[in-house]
Design a protein around this ligand. Sequence first.
Ligand SMILES: [Zn+2]
Length: 233
Amino acid sequence: MREIETYKTAPTGWPIARVKEGAWAQKQPRSVAVVTGVTMHVTGVRGGFGVSPKLLARFNGDRSAARLYRYSTGWGVRAYHAIASPAEQASIIKLEAEVLSHHGHGLNRFTLGWAYDGLARALDDLDVPLARASLAHTIRDALEQGCPIRKIYAHRQSGEPRKRAGDPGPIIWSRVAEPVARELDLEIDYEWTTGPGLPIPASWRERPPELAVKPEPASPVGRLLAILGKRPS
Ligand SMILES: [Zn+2]
């Protein structure tokens, strides 16, 4: 996985260099000291955001450069501070922690927005090693910028339930958020919500094998044998 921090290196002329007060992000003097968490999102685009032939031509066929530009300008992607891009096999940090970006409703003020650029409705859709490495990269970078990151949140906890209840969803939550929280010693407050947000449901959580629900035997005989501790032959 490539680690890219475009906020350090963005070519002049990119919108990222002109972040201003407005619709999606504010180059506000928010102190890094208020940034205590990361909010997790999924873009929900199968295969990730694409690059149009026109944009590709503008970057002389350099697909990576075109996509990085797209991430900085594209509606729905530009608000995130960081993106895990399976298409680019990269973790891209686009906005400094100081930028108050409008990615997560009531979580905006004190968190960074991180997004997996993909669908991730099934495990096959998710590049787990990339997503974990990217989230860890984002958090380490924020710590280096001086943010006292302590918690990981889901957009579901702050967003409009009808649109954000599945953001980022159980696959990303159980395979990425929880392991990275453990690895970096961060907290998850499952019951916490703000505004119209919803708690993180039990169904999103990792199930260690010893806690996994055993399937119920279907037939009455099967149930009886299960109670007696025997297997149907
Ligand atoms: Zn979201």
